[in-house]
Write a protein that binds this ligand. Structure first.
Ligand code: BDP
Length: 722
C-alpha cells in the first residue's frame, strides 16, 4: 500500500541536491557559448536587476523580435525565472531599436556615437532620460541592434559592470562567412562532427530547431553569411527542387543578419541547363547564369552570391575552354551584380601538369590579373600557399594585389590537425597569420590590413572560415573546438583581437567565471597550437599526413598519382638532410614575397626556425640556434609536443570541480586520445626520418613504442571526412 509522504526539510534538501547534480551532469554542450548561466552572486544579480526592470523594443521587425526573445531567454536564465514577468515593477528600461526608431531625446545624446559606427555596428550606452537612468542598445540597422543585444548579454554572462556603459563597436570586415563543405547526401568533406546539419531530404517543410540555434550562435559573434554547400559542388543545388529548400533556410537566417550563399559548379549550365558548353564567353552560357541569378533572387532577394572553386583539383572552370579566371569570375559577377550579389572566386589552384613548386602556382596564376576583376568579385585566398598546415608561412598573394579585394580563407575544421579529437585553439594560428607582415607598403603592412581594406584602400572586404560544424550534439565533435568557431567569428569582426582575449571571453561564456579554472585552461589553450606543430610538423615540415584522409602520419607515402600529393614531395628527406629548398637555389618560391620578406626567408640565418624546412634543405648536422644538431633538435621538438599534450591532459584533470561532468569527461577522453596520437606521430616520423639521418635518438626522447613497419601498416579506410 502506498504511504502518503509529507515533504520535510530533508526531502527538500535532497530534491535540491538532485536538481544541482542533474545540472552538473546535464551539459551536453549544445548551447555553445550561449549558456546564460544563473548569476549565483546575489549582490551582482541584484545590481543587474536594478538596471533592467523592463524591456522596451523599438520597431517591429523580425530582427527586433528575435533580439527581444534572446534578451528574455538570457535575462531569465542569468537573473532568475520570474525576472521581467512581474507587472509594473520599476522604471528602468532596456531600450533597444535602430536609429530611426529612437526618440528625439535619445538620438540627441547619441549623435556623436553614430558617427563612429557603420551599418552593422552598435552602441550600448547608459543615458539619462527625464532624470532616469536607462540603457540603450542601438545601431544604424536592426542587425546592428541585434549584435549589441548579444554583446550586452555577454557582458552579464562575464559578470562585467553595467553602471556606466559606453560601448561603440563595428565590424571591420564586410563579408564574414562560414564555408560549409557539406554535400547534398549530408556527408561533410573534411567534417569531423557528424553529418551535415542541413537536412535536405526533410526540407523545406521540416524545420530543425538547429537552424535557428545555428543562426543565433553565428549572429552572437557577428558572422553574417553562410555558404551552404561544398566547394566541390554538385550543380543540383541550383535546381528549383533545392532552391526551394535553400529559400527556407534563408528565411530562417534573415532576421539574424545572415545571408545565404551557394557554391556554384562552373559546369552547371551543362549539367542542369542542357547546354553543350560552360564557356564563360558563350552567349547562351552568359544568359543561363543571368537567368539563374534572377531565379534565385526572386526567391531570396538578399541572396549573398556565389562561391566558386574553378580549375582546381579537377573541378571544371574557364580554363577548360581556353579562358581564364577573370573571364569566369566576371561573367558570374555580372550575373549577380544587378541584385548586389558578389562572387567569391577561390585562388586555391595547382595543377599536376605544372612542374613548378605547388607553393608558387596560385600567385603565378592570379597576381597578373590584378585590377581586372569586377568590383563585386573577391578573390578568396587560403592563409598559406600549400594547404591549411599546422604552420605555414603566409600566402604570398596577400599584399600583392593592391587592386583586387582578397578575402582570407581559414580552415576551422581540422583536416590536417588531428580531426576533432585533437584540442587545438586555432585563434592562435589565425592571429599569427593576420599579424604577419607582407612589407608590401613598407613595415607594418600586415595581412589584417590587407583584408580589412586599409592597406590598399579596398572597398569590398571579407573573410571565410571552413566550418567545423556537424550534427553532433555539441556541434563541433569536441567542446573545446567550439572555441574555434567562436574565435573565427570574433576575428572576422575584428582581425586585430588577440587569441588571449578571445580565449578569455570564450571560457567565461562557455564554462565559468572562476579564475582558478580560466587561468590554467586558457594557458592550455594558448599552448595547444604549438604543441600540435611540434608533434606533427616541427621546424617547417609540412604535408606529411597520411594519404587521402590526412589522418595520422604518412611521411613515407610516395605512390600517389600526382607528385604534389605525396609527402615525400614536401619533406625531401635524404642522406644529406631534409626540407624543401624554396630559395633561389631551389624553387625560388621566395621571390613571390616582398624583397624584405624574401631576403629574410632566403638566408638560413635569418629564416625563422619555425619555417626552416619550409624554405631550406638542411643538413642533418646543421646547428640550430640552441646549439643542437638539426636531427637532435627535430627529435626533441617531437618529444616536446608529446610532453605538451601530456601536460594539457594533466591540467584538465585538475579542473573537474569547476565544470559539469558531461563536458569534463568528454574533453578528458579526447585529450587522452590526443596524447596517444601525439606519440604515434612522434614515433612514426622519427623512425622514418632516422632511416635518412642514420643517427640515434638524443637523450630525452622516448624510445618508439612500435616499429616503422607497424606504423606503415596502419590503415584507416573509414576515417571520417574523406
Ligand atoms: C584540400 C582538401 C579538399 C578540399 C580542397 C579545397 O583536402 O578536400 O576540397 O582543399 O580547399 O585541403 O578545395
Amino acid at each position: 500500500m502506498l504511504k502518503k509522504v509529507r515533504l520535510n526539510k530533508h526531502h527538500l534538501a535532497l530534491l535540491l541536491l538532485f536538481v544541482v547534480c542533474s545540472k552538473s551532469f546535464g551539459n551536453d554542450g549544445y548551447k555553445l557559448w550561449l549558456q546564460y548561466r544563473f548569476v549565483e552572486n546575489e549582490a551582482l544579480r541584484g545590481n543587474y536587476r536594478s538596471y533592467i526592470n523592463k524591456l522596451m523594443p523599438l520597431g517591429d521587425s523580425k530582427t527586433i523580435e528575435v533580439a527581444e526573445k534572446e534578451l528574455e531567454l538570457g535575462l531569465k536564465g542569468m537573473l532568475g525565472l520570474d525576472f521581467l514577468s512581474k507587472p509594473g515593477v520599476g522604471e528602468k528600461s532596456l531600450i533597444f531599436g535602430e536609429k530611426s526608431n529612437l526618440s528625439k531625446d535619445i538620438s540627441i545624446q547619441l549623435e556623436s556615437d553614430f558617427n563612429n559606427i557603420n551599418d552593422e555596428g552598435f552602441i550600448i550606452k547608459s543615458i539619462s532620460i527625464k532624470g532616469k537612468n536607462q540603457i540603450v542598445i542601438t545601431g544604424n540597422t536592426d542587425v546592428g541592434v541585434l549584435y549589441g543585444v548579444y554583446h550586452f548579454l555577454q557582458l552579464l554572462q562575464s559578470h562585467k559592470p553595467i553602471e556606466q556603459l559606453k560601448i561603440v563597436d563595428s565590424p571591420k570586415l564586410k563579408v564574414r562567412v562560414l564555408n560549409h563543405w557539406d554535400n547534398l547526401d549530408r556527408t561533410v568533406e573534411r567534417g569531423y562532427a557528424g553529418f551535415s546539419i542541413w537536412d535536405w531530404h526533410r526540407l523545406p517543410d521540416y524545420i530543425d530547431q538547429r537552424y535557428v540555434d545555428y543562426a543565433r550562435a553565428n549572429a552572437s559573434i557577428g558572422i553574417n553569411g553562410t555558404v551552404l554547400n561544398n566547394v566541390n559542388a554538385n550543380a543540383l543545388i541550383l535546381t528549383p527542387q533545392y532552391l526551394e529548400k535553400v529559400e527556407v533556410l534563408a528565411n530562417i537566417f534573415r532576421p539574424y543578419g545572415i545571408k545565404v550563399y551557394l557554391t556554384a559548379r562552373f559546369s552547371a549550365p551543362i549539367e542542369i541547363g542542357g547546354l553543350p558548353t560552360a564557356d564563360p564567353l558563350d552567349l547562351d552560357v552568359i544568359k543561363w547564369w543571368q537567368e539563374k541569378a534572377k531565379e534565385i533572387y526572386t526567391r531570396i532577394p538578399d541572396f549573398g552570391g556565389f562561391l566558386v572553386k574553378a580549375n582546381s583539383e579537377g573541378q571544371p572552370g574557364p580554363q577548360n575552354y581556353g579562358r581564364n579566371h577573370v573571364d569566369g569570375a566576371n561573367m558570374m559577377a555580372n550575373a549577380v551584380a544587378p541584385f548586389k550579389g558578389i562572387v567569391m572566386w577561390r585562388a586555391f589552384v595547382y595543377s599536376e601538369h605544372d612542374t613548378t613548386d605547388r607553393a608558387k602556382q596560385a600567385y603565378s596564376e592570379f597576381v597578373p590579373y590584378d585590377g581586372q576583376f569586377k568590383d563585386n568579385v573577391l578573390v578568396q585566398v587560403k592563409n598559406g600557399a600549400i594547404d591549411f598546415q599546422p604552420r605555414e608561412p603566409f600566402h604570398p598573394m596577400f599584399g600583392a594585389m593592391p587592386k583586387t579585394p582578397l578575402m582570407m580563407e581559414f580552415q576551422i575544421t581540422q583536416e590536417y590537425l588531428g580531426f576533432s579529437t585533437h584540442s587545438i585553439f586555432l585563434p592562435k594560428l589565425f592571429e599569427e597569420v593576420l599579424k604577419a607582415d607582407t612589407y608590401r607598403k613598407g613595415k607594418g603592412s600586415t595581412i589584417a590590413k590587407d583584408i580589412d581594406g586599409s592597406l590598399h584602400n579596398k572597398r569590398l572586404t571579407g573573410i571565410a572560415g571552413v566550418s567545423n560544424i556537424g550534427s553532433d550534439i555539441n556541434w563541433t565533435g569536441n567542446t573545446m573546438l567550439q572555441a574555434n568557431w567562436y574565435g573565427y567569428g570574433r576575428l572576422a569582426w575584428n582581425p586585430y583581437l588577440s587569441a588571449n582575449e578571445i580565449a578569455d571571453e570564450w571560457l567565461v561564456l562557455t564554462f565559468s567565471t572562476n579564475e582558478s579554472f580560466i587561468k590554467p585552461v586558457k594557458n592550455m589553450m594558448l599552448d595547444s597550437k604549438e604543441a600540435v606543430v611540434n608533434y606533427m610538423t616541427p621546424l617547417g615540415l609540412h604535408h606529411i599526413m597520411d594519404t587521402g584522409h590526412h589522418y595520422g602520419p604518412g611521411p613515407w607515402v610516395s605512390n600517389l598519382s600526382r607528385p604534389e600529393w605525396n609527402p615525400v614531395y614536401y619533406h625531401k628527406a635524404d642522406k644529406n638532410g631534409i626540407g624543401f629548398d624554396r630559395t633561389p637555389t631551389g624553387s625560388n618560391a621566395t621571390e613571390q614575397y616582398a624583397d624584405e620578406v624574401a631576403a629574410k626567408f632566403n638566408n638560413i640565418n635569418t629564416c625563422p626556425e619555425e619555417d626552416l624546412l619550409w624554405f631550406h634543405h638542411v643538413p642533418w648536422d646543421y646547428r640550430l640556434k640552441n646549439g643542437k644538431t638539426l636531427w637532435d633538435g627535430m627529435a626533441l621538438k617531437y618529444q616536446e609536443g608529446v610532453n605538451q599534450v601530456e601536460h594539457m591532459g594533466k591540467t584538465w584533470d585538475t579542473m573537474e570541480a569547476y565544470i559539469d561532468s558531461g563536458r569534463f569527461n568528454e574533453v578528458k577522453m579526447l585529450l587522452n586520445i590526443q596524447f596517444k596520437e601525439a606519440k604515434w606521430w612522434r614515433d612514426a616520423c622519427l623512425l622514418y626520418f632516422q632511416q635518412f639521418s642514420g643517427k640515434p635518438l638524443p637523450d630525452g626522447v622516448e624510445k618508439p613504442t612500435q616499429t616503422l613497419e607497424y606504423f606503415k601498416s596502419l590503415k584507416f579506410p573509414f576515417a571520417p571526412g574523406n
